[in-house]
Design a protein around this ligand. Structure first.
Ligand SMILES: NC(=O)C1=CN([C@@H]2O[C@H](COP(=O)(O)OP(=O)(O)OC[C@H]3O[C@@H](n4cnc5c(N)ncnc54)[C@H](O)[C@@H]3O)[C@@H](O)[C@H]2O)[C@@H](O)CC1
Length: 450
Protein backbone atom coordinates (compact mmCIF):
# COMPACT_ATOMS: atom_id res chain seq x y z
CA UNK A 1 0.00 0.00 0.00
CA UNK A 2 1.29 3.44 -0.83
CA UNK A 3 0.18 7.02 -1.40
CA UNK A 4 -0.33 7.41 -5.12
CA UNK A 5 0.05 11.02 -6.21
CA UNK A 6 2.11 12.62 -7.53
CA UNK A 7 3.09 9.65 -9.64
CA UNK A 8 6.56 9.43 -11.14
CA UNK A 9 5.50 6.95 -13.83
CA UNK A 10 2.51 6.31 -16.03
CA UNK A 11 0.09 3.82 -14.47
CA UNK A 12 -2.60 1.55 -15.91
CA UNK A 13 -6.29 2.30 -15.28
CA UNK A 14 -9.07 -0.29 -15.45
CA UNK A 15 -12.78 0.33 -15.75
CA UNK A 16 -15.38 -1.65 -13.82
CA UNK A 17 -15.68 -4.43 -16.41
CA UNK A 18 -11.91 -4.93 -16.60
CA UNK A 19 -11.53 -4.73 -12.81
CA UNK A 20 -14.20 -7.40 -12.45
CA UNK A 21 -12.42 -9.71 -14.89
CA UNK A 22 -9.10 -9.20 -13.09
CA UNK A 23 -10.81 -9.82 -9.76
CA UNK A 24 -12.49 -13.00 -10.98
CA UNK A 25 -9.23 -14.51 -12.23
CA UNK A 26 -7.37 -13.40 -9.09
CA UNK A 27 -10.04 -14.91 -6.82
CA UNK A 28 -9.65 -18.24 -8.62
CA UNK A 29 -5.94 -18.19 -7.72
CA UNK A 30 -6.21 -16.66 -4.25
CA UNK A 31 -9.59 -16.74 -2.54
CA UNK A 32 -8.36 -14.60 0.37
CA UNK A 33 -8.52 -11.28 -1.52
CA UNK A 34 -11.08 -9.78 0.81
CA UNK A 35 -8.91 -10.66 3.82
CA UNK A 36 -6.03 -8.82 2.17
CA UNK A 37 -8.27 -5.89 1.34
CA UNK A 38 -9.64 -5.62 4.88
CA UNK A 39 -6.17 -5.90 6.38
CA UNK A 40 -4.89 -3.10 4.14
CA UNK A 41 -7.83 -0.90 5.19
CA UNK A 42 -7.19 -1.66 8.87
CA UNK A 43 -3.49 -0.81 8.58
CA UNK A 44 -4.22 2.53 6.96
CA UNK A 45 -6.97 3.22 9.47
CA UNK A 46 -4.52 2.67 12.34
CA UNK A 47 -2.22 5.27 10.85
CA UNK A 48 -4.98 7.78 10.15
CA UNK A 49 -7.18 7.69 13.25
CA UNK A 50 -6.92 10.64 15.58
CA UNK A 51 -7.73 10.34 19.28
CA UNK A 52 -8.89 7.42 21.39
CA UNK A 53 -12.50 7.26 20.16
CA UNK A 54 -13.91 4.31 18.27
CA UNK A 55 -13.36 3.78 14.55
CA UNK A 56 -16.77 3.90 12.90
CA UNK A 57 -17.13 1.38 10.07
CA UNK A 58 -20.22 1.85 7.88
CA UNK A 59 -20.69 -1.30 5.80
CA UNK A 60 -22.88 -1.69 2.71
CA UNK A 61 -24.64 -4.78 1.35
CA UNK A 62 -21.93 -6.08 -0.98
CA UNK A 63 -18.25 -6.95 -0.97
CA UNK A 64 -17.27 -3.35 -0.31
CA UNK A 65 -19.07 -3.81 2.99
CA UNK A 66 -17.25 -7.15 3.32
CA UNK A 67 -13.92 -5.33 3.14
CA UNK A 68 -15.20 -3.03 5.87
CA UNK A 69 -16.19 -5.91 8.12
CA UNK A 70 -12.76 -7.56 7.76
CA UNK A 71 -11.12 -4.22 8.57
CA UNK A 72 -13.34 -3.87 11.66
CA UNK A 73 -12.30 -7.33 12.86
CA UNK A 74 -8.62 -6.59 12.28
CA UNK A 75 -8.85 -3.29 14.12
CA UNK A 76 -10.59 -4.94 17.06
CA UNK A 77 -7.86 -7.60 17.14
CA UNK A 78 -5.35 -4.76 17.36
CA UNK A 79 -7.15 -3.42 20.45
CA UNK A 80 -8.87 -0.50 18.74
CA UNK A 81 -12.45 0.30 19.78
CA UNK A 82 -14.67 -0.27 16.75
CA UNK A 83 -18.28 0.57 15.99
CA UNK A 84 -19.93 -1.13 13.01
CA UNK A 85 -23.28 0.37 12.00
CA UNK A 86 -25.18 2.95 10.04
CA UNK A 87 -25.07 5.63 12.71
CA UNK A 88 -21.97 7.21 14.21
CA UNK A 89 -20.67 6.50 17.70
CA UNK A 90 -19.77 9.36 20.01
CA UNK A 91 -16.51 11.10 19.06
CA UNK A 92 -15.25 8.67 16.41
CA UNK A 93 -11.52 8.73 15.75
CA UNK A 94 -12.07 7.84 12.07
CA UNK A 95 -14.99 6.93 9.81
CA UNK A 96 -14.52 4.12 7.32
CA UNK A 97 -16.82 4.33 4.32
CA UNK A 98 -17.39 0.74 3.16
CA UNK A 99 -20.89 1.35 1.84
CA UNK A 100 -20.52 1.05 -1.93
CA UNK A 101 -17.63 0.38 -4.27
CA UNK A 102 -17.47 -1.05 -7.76
CA UNK A 103 -21.01 -2.40 -7.50
CA UNK A 104 -22.65 1.04 -7.44
CA UNK A 105 -25.35 0.95 -10.11
CA UNK A 106 -27.84 3.66 -9.14
CA UNK A 107 -28.17 6.75 -6.98
CA UNK A 108 -27.60 5.90 -3.30
CA UNK A 109 -30.81 4.72 -1.64
CA UNK A 110 -32.50 6.95 0.98
CA UNK A 111 -31.01 4.88 3.81
CA UNK A 112 -27.53 5.18 2.35
CA UNK A 113 -28.00 8.89 1.83
CA UNK A 114 -28.76 9.25 5.55
CA UNK A 115 -25.61 7.33 6.48
CA UNK A 116 -23.51 9.37 4.06
CA UNK A 117 -24.85 12.62 5.54
CA UNK A 118 -24.08 11.36 9.07
CA UNK A 119 -20.58 10.44 7.99
CA UNK A 120 -19.93 13.88 6.54
CA UNK A 121 -21.14 15.45 9.77
CA UNK A 122 -19.47 13.12 12.27
CA UNK A 123 -16.39 15.25 12.81
CA UNK A 124 -13.85 12.51 12.04
CA UNK A 125 -11.80 12.08 8.90
CA UNK A 126 -13.34 9.71 6.35
CA UNK A 127 -11.40 6.82 4.82
CA UNK A 128 -13.24 5.44 1.77
CA UNK A 129 -12.70 1.81 0.81
CA UNK A 130 -11.96 1.35 -2.90
CA UNK A 131 -14.09 4.35 -3.96
CA UNK A 132 -15.98 7.08 -2.13
CA UNK A 133 -19.49 5.65 -1.94
CA UNK A 134 -21.67 7.01 -4.70
CA UNK A 135 -18.78 7.80 -7.08
CA UNK A 136 -19.01 5.93 -10.39
CA UNK A 137 -15.70 4.18 -11.03
CA UNK A 138 -15.76 4.61 -14.81
CA UNK A 139 -16.68 8.27 -15.07
CA UNK A 140 -15.91 10.00 -11.77
CA UNK A 141 -19.50 11.21 -11.54
CA UNK A 142 -21.59 10.93 -8.37
CA UNK A 143 -24.56 8.68 -9.16
CA UNK A 144 -27.65 10.82 -8.62
CA UNK A 145 -25.44 13.74 -7.64
CA UNK A 146 -24.38 12.39 -4.24
CA UNK A 147 -21.09 10.78 -3.24
CA UNK A 148 -19.00 10.68 -0.09
CA UNK A 149 -16.46 13.46 0.21
CA UNK A 150 -13.57 11.43 1.60
CA UNK A 151 -10.38 12.66 3.23
CA UNK A 152 -8.59 9.49 2.13
CA UNK A 153 -9.44 6.76 -0.34
CA UNK A 154 -7.68 3.41 -0.35
CA UNK A 155 -8.38 1.94 -3.74
CA UNK A 156 -7.92 -1.80 -4.13
CA UNK A 157 -6.71 -4.19 -6.78
CA UNK A 158 -6.90 -1.71 -9.69
CA UNK A 159 -6.85 2.02 -10.31
CA UNK A 160 -10.13 3.21 -11.79
CA UNK A 161 -10.56 6.13 -14.23
CA UNK A 162 -13.24 7.80 -12.13
CA UNK A 163 -10.79 8.42 -9.29
CA UNK A 164 -8.93 10.87 -11.52
CA UNK A 165 -11.39 12.63 -13.82
CA UNK A 166 -14.81 14.23 -13.63
CA UNK A 167 -15.67 14.91 -9.99
CA UNK A 168 -13.34 12.16 -8.80
CA UNK A 169 -10.52 14.35 -7.57
CA UNK A 170 -12.98 16.40 -5.53
CA UNK A 171 -14.22 13.29 -3.70
CA UNK A 172 -11.25 11.00 -3.09
CA UNK A 173 -9.11 13.21 -0.83
CA UNK A 174 -5.64 11.70 -0.52
CA UNK A 175 -5.40 8.62 -2.69
CA UNK A 176 -3.78 5.36 -1.57
CA UNK A 177 -3.41 2.18 -3.56
CA UNK A 178 -3.00 -1.48 -2.69
CA UNK A 179 -2.93 -3.95 -5.59
CA UNK A 180 -3.51 -6.80 -3.10
CA UNK A 181 -0.53 -8.58 -4.64
CA UNK A 182 -2.33 -9.02 -7.96
CA UNK A 183 -0.58 -8.03 -11.20
CA UNK A 184 -3.18 -6.95 -13.79
CA UNK A 185 -3.39 -9.55 -16.54
CA UNK A 186 -5.09 -7.61 -19.29
CA UNK A 187 -4.65 -4.40 -21.27
CA UNK A 188 -5.61 -1.25 -19.39
CA UNK A 189 -8.68 0.78 -20.25
CA UNK A 190 -6.63 3.98 -20.11
CA UNK A 191 -3.29 5.27 -18.86
CA UNK A 192 -2.72 7.61 -15.96
CA UNK A 193 -0.09 10.06 -17.15
CA UNK A 194 3.32 10.37 -15.57
CA UNK A 195 6.06 12.86 -16.43
CA UNK A 196 7.78 12.71 -19.82
CA UNK A 197 11.42 13.70 -20.34
CA UNK A 198 12.03 17.12 -21.89
CA UNK A 199 13.30 17.03 -25.49
CA UNK A 200 17.09 16.66 -25.63
CA UNK A 201 19.11 19.70 -26.71
CA UNK A 202 22.28 18.57 -28.42
CA UNK A 203 25.57 20.28 -27.53
CA UNK A 204 25.97 21.57 -31.08
CA UNK A 205 22.31 22.40 -31.66
CA UNK A 206 21.21 25.89 -32.69
CA UNK A 207 17.86 27.64 -32.85
CA UNK A 208 17.20 26.11 -36.23
CA UNK A 209 17.39 22.67 -34.59
CA UNK A 210 14.46 23.36 -32.30
CA UNK A 211 11.67 24.06 -34.73
CA UNK A 212 9.27 26.88 -35.47
CA UNK A 213 5.90 27.78 -34.04
CA UNK A 214 3.36 30.08 -35.67
CA UNK A 215 0.63 31.36 -33.34
CA UNK A 216 -2.40 32.68 -35.22
CA UNK A 217 -4.88 34.61 -33.09
CA UNK A 218 -5.12 37.81 -31.11
CA UNK A 219 -7.97 39.74 -32.67
CA UNK A 220 -8.48 43.33 -31.52
CA UNK A 221 -8.72 43.42 -27.74
CA UNK A 222 -7.67 39.77 -27.35
CA UNK A 223 -4.00 39.89 -28.21
CA UNK A 224 -2.98 38.77 -24.74
CA UNK A 225 -4.22 35.25 -25.45
CA UNK A 226 -2.03 34.86 -28.55
CA UNK A 227 0.94 36.40 -26.77
CA UNK A 228 0.58 34.03 -23.83
CA UNK A 229 0.56 31.06 -26.21
CA UNK A 230 3.61 32.43 -28.01
CA UNK A 231 5.47 33.09 -24.77
CA UNK A 232 4.71 29.54 -23.63
CA UNK A 233 6.01 28.07 -26.90
CA UNK A 234 9.19 30.11 -26.47
CA UNK A 235 9.63 29.08 -22.82
CA UNK A 236 9.16 25.45 -23.86
CA UNK A 237 12.24 25.72 -26.06
CA UNK A 238 10.96 26.20 -29.61
CA UNK A 239 13.72 27.63 -31.78
CA UNK A 240 11.71 30.46 -33.34
CA UNK A 241 8.25 31.64 -32.38
CA UNK A 242 6.17 33.87 -34.67
CA UNK A 243 2.82 35.49 -34.04
CA UNK A 244 0.26 36.35 -36.68
CA UNK A 245 -1.77 38.84 -34.68
CA UNK A 246 -5.06 39.31 -36.46
CA UNK A 247 -5.87 42.61 -34.80
CA UNK A 248 -2.51 44.39 -35.05
CA UNK A 249 -1.09 46.33 -38.03
CA UNK A 250 1.78 44.47 -39.69
CA UNK A 251 4.50 46.93 -38.72
CA UNK A 252 3.97 46.73 -34.96
CA UNK A 253 6.08 44.53 -32.69
CA UNK A 254 4.73 41.15 -31.71
CA UNK A 255 5.11 41.58 -27.95
CA UNK A 256 6.94 44.51 -26.38
CA UNK A 257 7.58 42.49 -23.22
CA UNK A 258 9.12 39.56 -25.14
CA UNK A 259 11.43 40.86 -27.86
CA UNK A 260 12.31 37.26 -28.81
CA UNK A 261 8.87 36.89 -30.44
CA UNK A 262 8.50 37.80 -34.12
CA UNK A 263 5.66 38.65 -36.46
CA UNK A 264 5.11 36.05 -39.17
CA UNK A 265 2.50 34.57 -41.47
CA UNK A 266 1.65 31.22 -42.96
CA UNK A 267 3.10 32.26 -46.34
CA UNK A 268 6.57 32.64 -44.78
CA UNK A 269 6.38 29.61 -42.45
CA UNK A 270 4.94 26.59 -44.24
CA UNK A 271 6.68 24.07 -41.94
CA UNK A 272 5.89 25.68 -38.58
CA UNK A 273 3.68 24.06 -35.96
CA UNK A 274 0.48 26.10 -36.01
CA UNK A 275 -1.13 27.11 -32.73
CA UNK A 276 -4.43 28.47 -33.93
CA UNK A 277 -7.32 30.22 -32.27
CA UNK A 278 -6.13 31.87 -29.04
CA UNK A 279 -8.09 35.12 -28.82
CA UNK A 280 -8.80 34.84 -32.54
CA UNK A 281 -12.47 35.77 -32.57
CA UNK A 282 -14.74 34.98 -35.48
CA UNK A 283 -12.17 36.09 -38.07
CA UNK A 284 -10.30 32.80 -37.72
CA UNK A 285 -13.02 30.95 -39.62
CA UNK A 286 -11.84 32.46 -42.92
CA UNK A 287 -8.21 31.56 -42.23
CA UNK A 288 -8.83 27.98 -41.17
CA UNK A 289 -9.34 26.30 -44.57
CA UNK A 290 -5.85 27.32 -45.73
CA UNK A 291 -4.25 26.56 -42.37
CA UNK A 292 -5.86 23.12 -42.25
CA UNK A 293 -4.67 22.30 -45.76
CA UNK A 294 -1.17 23.71 -45.49
CA UNK A 295 0.35 23.27 -42.05
CA UNK A 296 1.62 19.75 -41.31
CA UNK A 297 1.12 19.99 -37.55
CA UNK A 298 -1.68 21.94 -35.91
CA UNK A 299 -2.94 22.73 -32.42
CA UNK A 300 -6.48 24.17 -32.53
CA UNK A 301 -7.81 25.98 -29.48
CA UNK A 302 -10.61 28.34 -28.42
CA UNK A 303 -12.14 30.27 -31.33
CA UNK A 304 -10.70 27.85 -33.87
CA UNK A 305 -12.69 25.10 -32.17
CA UNK A 306 -15.85 27.17 -32.20
CA UNK A 307 -15.36 27.82 -35.91
CA UNK A 308 -14.95 24.08 -36.54
CA UNK A 309 -18.07 23.33 -34.49
CA UNK A 310 -20.07 25.69 -36.70
CA UNK A 311 -18.78 24.41 -40.04
CA UNK A 312 -19.25 20.93 -41.52
CA UNK A 313 -16.80 21.95 -44.27
CA UNK A 314 -14.03 22.59 -41.71
CA UNK A 315 -14.85 19.29 -40.05
CA UNK A 316 -14.35 17.56 -43.39
CA UNK A 317 -10.99 19.27 -43.79
CA UNK A 318 -9.97 18.10 -40.32
CA UNK A 319 -10.95 14.52 -41.09
CA UNK A 320 -8.90 14.64 -44.29
CA UNK A 321 -5.67 15.47 -42.46
CA UNK A 322 -3.25 12.62 -41.75
CA UNK A 323 -3.62 10.69 -38.48
CA UNK A 324 -1.59 12.20 -35.65
CA UNK A 325 -1.25 15.61 -37.33
CA UNK A 326 -3.89 17.61 -35.46
CA UNK A 327 -4.50 18.34 -31.83
CA UNK A 328 -7.71 19.87 -30.45
CA UNK A 329 -7.83 21.32 -26.93
CA UNK A 330 -11.49 21.87 -26.04
CA UNK A 331 -12.78 22.66 -22.58
CA UNK A 332 -16.07 20.90 -21.83
CA UNK A 333 -18.26 23.63 -23.37
CA UNK A 334 -16.20 23.66 -26.58
CA UNK A 335 -16.32 19.87 -26.68
CA UNK A 336 -20.09 20.04 -26.24
CA UNK A 337 -20.37 22.41 -29.21
CA UNK A 338 -18.20 20.12 -31.32
CA UNK A 339 -20.31 17.11 -30.36
CA UNK A 340 -23.58 19.00 -30.63
CA UNK A 341 -24.71 18.25 -27.10
CA UNK A 342 -24.65 20.04 -23.75
CA UNK A 343 -21.78 20.38 -21.30
CA UNK A 344 -23.40 18.12 -18.71
CA UNK A 345 -23.54 15.31 -21.27
CA UNK A 346 -19.82 15.71 -21.95
CA UNK A 347 -18.95 15.78 -18.26
CA UNK A 348 -21.14 12.74 -17.56
CA UNK A 349 -18.51 10.58 -19.26
CA UNK A 350 -15.40 12.53 -20.16
CA UNK A 351 -13.44 9.54 -21.42
CA UNK A 352 -16.24 8.55 -23.78
CA UNK A 353 -16.77 12.13 -25.00
CA UNK A 354 -13.08 12.63 -25.77
CA UNK A 355 -12.88 9.31 -27.57
CA UNK A 356 -15.97 10.02 -29.61
CA UNK A 357 -14.73 13.44 -30.64
CA UNK A 358 -11.31 12.13 -31.60
CA UNK A 359 -12.88 9.40 -33.72
CA UNK A 360 -15.34 11.79 -35.39
CA UNK A 361 -12.73 14.36 -36.38
CA UNK A 362 -9.67 12.11 -36.79
CA UNK A 363 -7.73 14.24 -34.29
CA UNK A 364 -6.01 13.95 -30.96
CA UNK A 365 -8.34 15.55 -28.40
CA UNK A 366 -7.33 17.02 -25.07
CA UNK A 367 -10.56 17.41 -23.11
CA UNK A 368 -9.56 19.92 -20.47
CA UNK A 369 -10.88 20.12 -16.92
CA UNK A 370 -10.12 18.22 -13.72
CA UNK A 371 -8.44 15.05 -14.95
CA UNK A 372 -7.84 16.17 -18.53
CA UNK A 373 -8.40 13.34 -20.99
CA UNK A 374 -6.18 12.72 -24.02
CA UNK A 375 -7.81 10.61 -26.74
CA UNK A 376 -6.72 9.73 -30.28
CA UNK A 377 -8.13 7.37 -32.89
CA UNK A 378 -6.88 3.80 -32.41
CA UNK A 379 -4.89 4.67 -29.28
CA UNK A 380 -5.46 3.99 -25.62
CA UNK A 381 -6.73 7.18 -23.95
CA UNK A 382 -4.89 8.80 -21.08
CA UNK A 383 -5.96 10.77 -18.04
CA UNK A 384 -3.89 13.48 -16.44
CA UNK A 385 -3.32 13.04 -12.73
CA UNK A 386 -1.62 16.37 -12.17
CA UNK A 387 -2.98 19.87 -11.79
CA UNK A 388 -5.40 21.58 -9.48
CA UNK A 389 -7.60 24.62 -8.96
CA UNK A 390 -4.71 27.05 -9.44
CA UNK A 391 -5.01 26.30 -13.15
CA UNK A 392 -8.56 27.61 -13.30
CA UNK A 393 -7.43 31.04 -14.48
CA UNK A 394 -7.67 33.23 -17.55
CA UNK A 395 -4.97 32.29 -20.01
CA UNK A 396 -4.31 28.80 -18.64
CA UNK A 397 -5.57 27.22 -21.88
CA UNK A 398 -3.57 29.63 -24.03
CA UNK A 399 -0.43 28.60 -22.14
CA UNK A 400 -1.23 24.93 -22.68
CA UNK A 401 -1.80 25.47 -26.41
CA UNK A 402 1.51 27.29 -26.71
CA UNK A 403 3.36 24.64 -24.71
CA UNK A 404 1.91 21.94 -26.95
CA UNK A 405 3.11 23.82 -30.00
CA UNK A 406 6.55 24.46 -28.52
CA UNK A 407 7.01 20.82 -27.61
CA UNK A 408 5.86 19.59 -31.00
CA UNK A 409 8.20 21.99 -32.80
CA UNK A 410 11.12 20.33 -31.04
CA UNK A 411 9.89 16.79 -31.68
CA UNK A 412 8.82 16.71 -35.31
CA UNK A 413 8.66 12.92 -35.39
CA UNK A 414 6.28 12.63 -32.45
CA UNK A 415 2.59 12.27 -33.10
CA UNK A 416 -0.06 14.46 -31.57
CA UNK A 417 -0.96 11.95 -28.86
CA UNK A 418 2.57 11.71 -27.43
CA UNK A 419 2.94 15.48 -27.46
CA UNK A 420 -0.42 15.94 -25.77
CA UNK A 421 0.39 13.45 -23.01
CA UNK A 422 3.71 15.15 -22.24
CA UNK A 423 2.39 18.71 -22.36
CA UNK A 424 -0.78 18.11 -20.39
CA UNK A 425 1.12 16.44 -17.57
CA UNK A 426 3.75 19.21 -17.49
CA UNK A 427 1.05 21.90 -17.47
CA UNK A 428 -0.70 20.14 -14.59
CA UNK A 429 2.44 19.80 -12.52
CA UNK A 430 3.30 23.45 -13.03
CA UNK A 431 -0.16 24.31 -11.74
CA UNK A 432 0.18 22.43 -8.47
CA UNK A 433 0.46 25.41 -6.14
CA UNK A 434 -1.63 26.66 -3.28
CA UNK A 435 -3.72 29.69 -4.08
CA UNK A 436 -4.02 31.36 -7.43
CA UNK A 437 -1.55 31.58 -10.31
CA UNK A 438 -1.45 34.11 -13.11
CA UNK A 439 -0.92 32.73 -16.61
CA UNK A 440 2.42 34.53 -16.88
CA UNK A 441 3.61 32.84 -13.66
CA UNK A 442 2.41 29.52 -15.02
CA UNK A 443 4.73 29.91 -18.01
CA UNK A 444 7.65 30.60 -15.67
CA UNK A 445 6.82 27.55 -13.57
CA UNK A 446 6.56 25.37 -16.67
CA UNK A 447 9.98 26.58 -17.79
CA UNK A 448 11.49 25.99 -14.35
CA UNK A 449 10.13 22.42 -14.13
CA UNK A 450 11.08 21.58 -17.69
N1 LIG B 1 -14.57 -10.06 -4.21
C1 LIG B 1 -13.47 -9.81 -3.53
O1 LIG B 1 -12.86 -10.68 -2.96
C2 LIG B 1 -12.96 -8.43 -3.50
C3 LIG B 1 -13.85 -7.39 -3.43
N2 LIG B 1 -13.43 -6.12 -3.34
C4 LIG B 1 -14.39 -5.13 -2.91
O2 LIG B 1 -15.65 -5.44 -3.45
C5 LIG B 1 -16.23 -4.29 -4.01
C6 LIG B 1 -17.19 -4.67 -5.06
O3 LIG B 1 -18.15 -5.50 -4.42
P1 LIG B 1 -19.60 -5.70 -5.00
O4 LIG B 1 -19.54 -6.13 -6.38
O5 LIG B 1 -20.30 -6.61 -4.04
O6 LIG B 1 -20.23 -4.26 -5.02
P2 LIG B 1 -20.52 -3.22 -3.86
O7 LIG B 1 -20.14 -3.75 -2.54
O8 LIG B 1 -19.93 -1.95 -4.30
O9 LIG B 1 -22.09 -3.02 -3.93
C7 LIG B 1 -22.96 -4.00 -4.38
C8 LIG B 1 -24.27 -3.99 -3.60
O10 LIG B 1 -24.74 -2.69 -3.44
C9 LIG B 1 -26.04 -2.55 -3.98
N3 LIG B 1 -26.16 -1.23 -4.53
C10 LIG B 1 -25.57 -0.77 -5.65
N4 LIG B 1 -25.85 0.54 -5.81
C11 LIG B 1 -26.60 0.89 -4.75
C12 LIG B 1 -27.20 2.10 -4.37
N5 LIG B 1 -27.06 3.18 -5.10
N6 LIG B 1 -27.89 2.15 -3.22
C13 LIG B 1 -28.03 1.03 -2.49
N7 LIG B 1 -27.49 -0.15 -2.80
C14 LIG B 1 -26.79 -0.21 -3.92
C15 LIG B 1 -26.15 -3.66 -4.99
O11 LIG B 1 -27.50 -4.00 -5.20
C16 LIG B 1 -25.35 -4.74 -4.30
O12 LIG B 1 -26.13 -5.39 -3.32
C17 LIG B 1 -15.07 -3.46 -4.45
O13 LIG B 1 -15.42 -2.12 -4.61
C18 LIG B 1 -14.10 -3.72 -3.33
O14 LIG B 1 -14.34 -2.87 -2.24
C19 LIG B 1 -12.03 -5.82 -3.29
O15 LIG B 1 -11.68 -5.73 -2.00
C20 LIG B 1 -11.19 -6.86 -3.98
C21 LIG B 1 -11.49 -8.21 -3.49
Amino acid sequence: MHALLPTTTALPLFDVAASRRIETRALARSPDLMERAGLAVAKLALALRRGAGPVWVACGPGNNGGDGRVAARRLAEAGVPVHVGDEPPTAPSLAIDALLGLGLNRAPSAALQTTIAAMQACGAAILAVDLPSGLLADTGQPAGGLAVQADHTLTLLTLKPGLFTGEGRAHVGRLWFDDLGVAPDEAPTADLLGPSPAPARGATSHKGSHGQVLVVGGAAGMQGAARLAARAALACGAGRVYVDLLGLPAGEVADAGRPELMRGTLAELPRAVGVIGCGAGAAIADRLPTLLQRLPRLVLDADALNAVAASPALQDLLRARPAGATLLTPHPLEAARLLDRNTAAVQADRLAAARELSARLNCCVVLKGSGSVVASPAKRPAICASGGPALAIAGSGDVLAGWLGGLWAQQPDADAHAIACAAVDAHGRAGEVDGVLRAGDLIERLAALR
